[in-house]
Design a protein. Structure first.
Length: 45
């Protein structure tokens, strides 16, 4: 989580920078952003 910021905006910003154009354009739309509860424990070894 610390890699992307402490909120959804940091995660979306990261995705926009690395996603293919169709997805990055979709993610730039304000209506697409929603609250999503991600289970960060999935990243643990």
């Amino acid at each position: 989580k610390e890699d992307f910021g402490d909120d959804i905006n940091g995660i979306v910003k990261h995705l926009i920078e690395h996603a293919d154009p169709p997805l990055s354009e979709l993610l730039k739309q304000p209506f697409y952003r929603y609250d999503h509860a991600y289970d960060w424990s999935l990243n643990k070894p």
